[in-house]
Design a binder for this molecule. Structure first.
Ligand code: ADP
Ligand code: MG
Length: 687
């Protein structure tokens, strides 16, 4: 529960406040004082009467009524102190730096619980324990350095880890990011990352609030809540990037389906972030770089002009942008380009990159940027690479860049690589309120990431096309947990509008034979019983005659576990994969990819969180490494991505009404000339 006493307290008491700034209780007082806090500050320290110029009380019982208490005393003494503060001193907000609670021992965990109970009973808020505190426009209650430059339109950062928050700030400050708030939530005994986002969302004021949020999350306690508030904030105009750490743990846990083996926590996070519209990052530098991109004007398309005075980095940037699907359109060969060339130094190039060469000065930089802004109409954004060879100072060039960034309508991305030779100039540029990308590839990767993250969709679900009564009847009629029979899979898919190949399941030779005649050879025969049929030699494709079928029928029926044989017409097409898995707390994660028996080896799958809209399914398909297969390659016809997307949407709708489904694999779906159709599916339910 976040309250005003935490955000903007009228008074703060630092319990364990110290003269020594080498101690958390000392450094936080210095930070609060330096931060220009306007309210009253009290200190409790049994050994001092004055701390950093402030009155120090020897006994907690003597302090006046106070809004916010910062707790920086040994863990064992916290409960008693907090009880007094909450019950007698009217304290309505606590920030606990103290560690040694649930993160360390079971006893610590018990103590933490008791503290939370006392605080909850008093209707107070709690940040921590085991955190570095919070920093906002009203008070700098962090015990660490650096304190970034504050700006109401700067970044809001929420971090599970105090140390990581610091290091993200280090990277960010170097890039020129300013901050509006920093929340280190520590053990999140009461307030979690989700709670902070909820608060920001519920109290969002588009006029006064910062719109950039950077998150470092160690555990997602409530995925639904995270999804709700991140997507809502993004709908309100915010831009959010996040690192979720600890997703590499193996997901296979004796999974019996392909989906089960592949749907690890990492894909669940990917699915959640995709749905929310959160840009997913993996490193601190990357998070800071994406944050820096967020501060600039929005890039509305993928056409970039590069203005440079050095060839190499411009080519590196071109490669990195092109690899991510962005365009660096050719600009030369037009009369406009010729005019530009005449105004630059001899030897300059006006293709793209526009190279004003090493001796090109501020005036050339200005002209090149002006052309990209208003004459080259096919350009959406401008990257400017400008360093210093150390011969002259580059203040003037950076002055030009500063002005152009303010006056141009297109976003300009400054790459100022001479962070040591031109440190003074770079610092001068950043102090004017700009960010700087010292590495062009870091910039390219961040731009691509931002551009490729789809915005969250409005909540209009596409659930109309499944037959809910039919789905329920089928599921309710299944007596027990486990893999459901092929016949039920057929019915379920029909009810959900997922095309599935016609088949016959039987242990009777006459029936099998008659179906094969009707379906026309060649046909496919499969053993029914074992879960992974190919692994036991239980799939025979391309059966062209009754004699061959007769032989295989006999053989398949003798495979251990065989109950019957399934016959299907033989189809031809590219193999696709779709699946779903129920993840605790997240709900159903839906996977799609290129299919076949190697799906688990290539692991080229994308994930989404059910229920999915068509747009989301399409964005999943387009994020596949093998996506080019859909466009047609090597003489093969393309695949109708819309139809595949529809199947994924239908599948996600099915899951919504059949929550008993815990694992589901459709592998493969064959993309035939007649359309995409499932030829193998398994569904495991838990009742
Ligand atoms: P399993 O996954 O249990 O091994 P499948 O039914 O997926 O069994 O069959 C294995 C492979 O056989 C498929 O990946 C596909 O290549 C091929 N196959 C299966 N059914 C058909 C069919 N009806 N038409 C064409 N190929 C098929
Ligand atoms: Mg299969």
């Amino acid at each position: 529960m976040i309250n005003q006493e935490l955000i903007n307290p009228k008074s703060i008491v630092v319990v364990g406040g110290s003269n020594k700034t080498s101690k958390p209780g000392g450094n936080c007082i210095r930070n609060i004082l330096n931060g220009g806090y306007k309210g009253n500050i009290y200190v409790v320290n049994p050994k001092e009467s004055e701390v950093q110029g402030l009155k120090s009380y020897n006994d907690i019982k003597d302090i006046p009524q106070t809004d916010l208490a910062i707790i920086s005393i040994p863990a064992k003494t916290c409960l008693e102190t907090i009880t007094i503060l909450a019950q007698e001193k009217g304290v309505k907000a606590f920030i606990m730096y103290t560690a040694g609670f649930g993160e360390e021992t079971n006893e610590g965990g018990e103590m933490e619980k008791k503290i939370v109970e006392v605080i909850n009973n008093a209707g107070a808020s709690l940040i921590g324990p085991n955190c570095i505190g919070i920093l906002n426009r009203y008070h700098h209650s962090l015990f660490t350095l650096p304190i970034p430059e504050m700006d109401p339109m700067g970044v809001d950062m929420v971090s599970s880890s105090g140390g990581t928050a610091l290091f993200i700030m280090e990277s960010s400050i170097r890039m020129g990011l300013r901050f509006n708030s920093v929340w280190s939530i520590g053990n999140a005994a009461q307030i979690s990352v989700e709670d902070v986002l909820e608060y920001m969302d519920d109290n969002f004021n588009p006029e006064t609030d910062s719109k950039i949020k950077l998150l470092y999350i160690e555990s997602i306690k409530d995925p639904d809540k995270l999804l709700e508030h991140t997507s809502s904030l993004i709908h309100k105009g915010c831009r959010i990037a996040a690192i979720k750490s600890g997703t590499s743990e193996s997901g296979s846990r004796a999974a019996s389906s392909h989906t089960g083996a592949m749907a690890n926590p990492d894909l669940a996070v990917e699915a959640l972030f995709r749905k929310a519209g959160v840009v997913r990052c993996f490193s601190r530098e990357e998070l800071a770089t994406v944050g820096a991109v967020f501060t600039l004007k929005e890039l509305k398309g993928k056409n970039i002009a590069i203005v440079t005075h050095a060839g190499g980095p411009a080519v590196i940037l071109t490669d990195a942008l092109a690899k991510g699907g962005m365009e660096i359109p050719q600009l030369s060969g037009t009369s406009i380009a010729d005019k530009l060339k005449k105004q630059l130094l001899p030897g300059s190039s006006v293709s793209n990159p526009i190279d004003i060469i090493g001796t090109g000065g501020p005036e050339h930089l200005a002209i090149a940027i002006d052309y990209c802004e208003s004459k080259f109409t096919n350009i959406d954004g401008i990257a400017v690479i400008f360093g210093s060879p150390g011969l002259t100072r580059v203040y003037e060039a950076y002055e030009v860049l500063d002005q152009k960034m303010k006056s141009c309508s297109k976003p300009i991305f400054p790459v100022l690589p001479s962070v040591s030779t031109a440190w003074d100039e770079t610092d001068f540029f950043v102090k004017k309120g700009h960010v700087n990308f010292s590495d062009e590839v870091g910039l390219a990767d961040a731009l691509i990431k931002v551009l490729k993250t789809p915005p969250p969709l409005p909540n209009n679900l596409e659930l109309k096309r499944v037959s809910v009564p039919m789905i329920r009847r089928i599921i309710d009629n299944i007596p027990q947990s486990g893999y459901i029979a092929p016949q039920q899979v057929q019915e379920l898919f029909k009810a959900a509008g997922i095309p599935i190949v016609e088949d016959l399941v039987s242990d009777n030779w006459e029936e099998i034979c008659a179906f094969a005649e009707k379906a026309h050879y060649p046909i496919v025969a499969k053993v029914v019983g074992p879960v992974h049929k190919s692994d036991v030699g239980g799939v025979v494709v391309n059966i062209r005659s009754k004699e061959h079928l007769d032989f295989e029928f006999g053989r398949l029926m003798e495979i251990p576990g065989a109950e019957a044989v399934m016959i299907q017409p033989m189809l031809k097409g590219v193999e696709l994969f779709a699946g779903a898995k129920y993840e605790e707390k997240f709900g159903h994660i839906v996977l799609c990819g290129l299919g076949g028996i190697f799906v688990e080896i290539f692991k080229d799958v994308a994930s989404g969180l059910a229920p999915l809209a068509t747009e989301e399914a399409l964005s999943m398909i387009r994020s596949l490494k093998g996506y080019n297969v859909f466009k047609g390659a090597r003489g093969q016809k393309g695949i109708d991505e819309n139809q595949f997307a529809k199947i994924i949407v239908q599948l996600s709708a099915l899951l919504r009404f059949a929550t008993e489904i815990k694992e589901l694999d459709i592998n493969p779906l064959l993309a035939t000339e007649q359309g995409i159709i499932a030829v193998d599916a398994r569904v495991r339910i838990e009742k």
